[in-house]
Design a protein around this ligand. Sequence first.
Ligand code: HEC
Length: 109
Amino acid sequence: MNFRTSLAMACGLMTALAAQAAPDADAAQALMRKSDCFKCHAVDKKKDGPPFKEVAKKYKGKAEAEDKLVKHITTSPTVEIDGKKEEHRAIKTKDAGEIKNVVQWILSL
Ligand code: HEC
């Protein structure tokens, strides 16, 4: 492989990485609006649930963050709201890519 091809490949790789690092914020928020997530969450304000910026901070640099959050928004774990136990809302999609996009958007805040 000559220098020109390896340079071209390196550029392609960087584009792929950049695409992965930038979740689609509009799609994430549209899906979350549809799933009523913003009833209890805001980006930087505490409502019944923690602000998403706080969630991002809590999981920053943790390797298992993405898996944990995917699980949190798909398996309806029990959460406590004002001392009352409730099932956490699940995201309204079965599409793994869309779920991942929501989680990556939250973690990017
Ligand atoms: C009825 C209110 C309510 C709704 C609706 C709701 N949440 Fe939550 N959410 C909470 C509460 C309360 C917690 C805190 C749970 C805890 O820390 O035990 C939480 C926690 C979270 C967390 C942090 C989990 C963690 O491990 O720190 C994420 C991410 C999250 N919610 C995403 C979502 C998404 C996405 C939706 C929409 C599909 C959603 N929430 C809808 C109340 C809600």
